[in-house]
Every structure is written in C-alpha cells, then in structure tokens.
Design a protein around this ligand. Sequence first.
Ligand code: PGA
Ligand code: ZN
Length: 433
Amino acid sequence: MDPIARVIAREVLDSRGDPTVEVEVHCASGACGSAIVPAGASTGRAEARELRDGDSARYGGRGVRRAVHHVREVLGPAVLGCDPTEQSAIDQRLRELDGTPSKERLGANAILGVSLAVAHAAAASRRLPLFVHLHQLWCGLLARQPHPADAGVLAPRLPLPMTNMISGGLHAGGNLDFQDFMALPTGSTDYAQQLEWLVRLSRALSRLLSDMGHEGRLVADEGGFGPRLPNHAAALEVLTRAIERAGLRPAADVQLAIDVAATHFYRDGTYVLTAEGQTHATAEQMIDRLDALSRAFPVASIEDGLAEDDWLGWQQLTRRLGHRVQLVGDDLFATNPARLLEGIRRQAANAVLVKLNQIGTLSETLELMCLAHRAGYRRVVSARSGETEDTTIADLAVATAAEQIKIGAVQRSERLAKYNRLLRIAELLEAAA
Ligand code: PGA
Ligand code: ZN
C-alpha cells in the first residue's frame, strides 16, 4: 500500500467565475491526484449542500474558503495514512466526520473534493488510467452482491454524448422555460464520428440562427446558444432544420433530447410557462405538451419533465411516455440512492442523471449507478453548469459503462476537456482490445 501522506486544498474558479474547491492528494511514493468540484445553477432541493462563505464582500458571498479550511483542518488530516484504494472506507469516514445527511456541516464541495482526489491518487499510485481504477471499484461493488442484470456491463465502454445546442431556463437569458435542447448522435457508434457530427451540427445551427436574425446569439452557461425563440416547438424546429443543414438525417443520425428542468417553474402545484404567455399548466397538461412535442420532433429523451416532488405526475408521465421516450430524473433523484429506490418502487422515470456533487462522494454515486443499472434505468453521467478543466466524469462514465454522458456544448474548454478526454480514452480502449 501507498499511504496518503499529504492533502492540499485551495480555492480556484469555475466556468462562471465562481470559486470552487480543488483538492490534491499526495501518497507516500510521491504519486498524486487532484480534482476540482463543479457547481450547478439549477439545483434540486434534495441535493447535498455545498458550503459557501456568504461573505458578500468576496465573490458576492460565493467564496469557498470555509470549505477549503475544512479540507485542510478536518477531512485531510482524517485520511492521512489511509490506503487510497480503500475508497468506500474513506468515503464512509468523510461522511461520519460531517455527520449530517446533506453534508452541510463541512460542505459537500469539501467532501467530494477529497473523495475524488483520493480516487485520482489511487489510480496514479497504481499507474493506471483513472477509468481503469474506477472500473475496478465498480466491479468490486457489483461483485459484493452478484445480480443477473450484470452480465454484459462489465467491460468499460464509451457513452453516447447528449450535447447541448440551445439553452433557456436558468441557463440563458432568452425567454424559453425549458432549460436545454440537446442532440444525440445515435446514428453512429464511433465516438470520433459522433463528435464530428456534433460540431458540424453546432456550426450549422449557428449559421441558421444568424440567417434568422438572431445576432449576438448569446452563449448560455453550458456553451449552447440562447436565442429568443417564440416557444419550445420553435427550438426543436430550428434544431431539426440544423441537422438537415449539416447534411445529417434527423432521427436516423441525430435524435433530440430536452431538459425541461420543470422544478424551476413549478409554483404552488402548477407549471408556470412564460414562453406561452404565463400559462398555468397542470401535470397532465404538461404531459400532453411533452407527448405532442415528442411526436412532432425526433425527441428520444426528456429530463425533469415534471417537478422534483411531483411523484404522482411522474408516475403518470412514465405510464404515458415511458415505453417510447427516455425519461431522465435529475432534480427528481438528485443522485440520491434513497430517492432512486423510491422512484423504482413507484415506476417513476426510466433513467437517472448522475452528478457526483448532488450526493457528495464517489462511493454513493457508484452505489446509485449500481441500483439504476439493476433496475433497468439508464444512466446519464452529467456535468454541471459551473464546470472546470476537471475530467473525472468522462472516466466515470466509461468505467461504469454508462449509456450516456451530458457534458454541455462542444464549445468552451471546460466542456471540451471532457470531450477530449473521451477521445484519449477511446484510443486506450482500442489499444487494449
Ligand atoms: P445545473 O444544470 O448544473 O445548473 O443544475 C444541469 C442540469 O439541470 O441538468
Ligand atoms: Zn437537469
């Protein structure tokens, strides 16, 4: 074993210019790993709590010096001397030190930083690419309780990208209520080819929006375009036209995906749609709209079509659309194994968004992915709107053979770092085949 000898933490900036936590874990051999924690703008109520300083004189209160202090003084010292390959024991220790279900005392951002940097250090110490180390942790978890559904998922595999093209909601200043309109290059199984299609599509969309007079098209949080479109159908329409302009076939080559992020326009039991002139919609009317949109356009996936606590609505949505559309729970599940179990019991959704910082440790994230996989729920590993050069999610998706990865647009370095990491992993996988 190569024990942890030193833990370093600092405040760095994310893609929105907000401070976030970076952690380095150094082993006795000199092997070292580091990780940077992301942050969301459209967070769910059930997410683990990141700790912010609240000092309005610095970064509008969004500093993370207290979280960094907790890594330096509490979490870091507690893992000194530990074997970094013992991820689940270390994560358990981190959770105990915090002691709250939401990780609010020491901060989920502090805890996740240490948890991920430990995994990176273990991989470095073992001289393995991160995804190989994570894959071994994943297999170890599955082997604890063998299950018939596991056959065939044991090999690392590249995920299908779900790529942001147009944004609304809390991610852009336009007038759309739905948060993200994305593309799924389902017509190819070759990652390099998928990436080329996505860039081609993004450029065709850019030209099309210019032609339509959307000058200064506004770049949204995840790098997509934020045009002022009249309604949600118009966003799907322009995206479908852009696919054709790019010389690709809608549906056959590229399918569409929506993140409605409905929690963020749910008020007192109704869905308030400003893009449709302050319409108040019931869950049933929302389902009717989503049903119609997914029939009029090649929409293969709908995320957070209803609000995080509208369980009855979600059950109805799944009954009506679940047989032909992927229904992803983001705010609904908040990467929380207990919430996912509730969803499985109620047959709500058929896929789960996986965001490490929604739960706050690597081990709990793997546990959620295992539950999802065994219940037949697809797994979409996801970045946050506030991202950095950290590429851990690319390795995580490959290691666990997740079906999809949602990184944002094929623009801006915090997104491209992950797309590019997948290109490098593809090469490693090919060499090993
Ligand atoms: P967030 O958005 O990172 O702002 O929460 C991503 C999403 O809703 O999927
Ligand atoms: Zn979402």
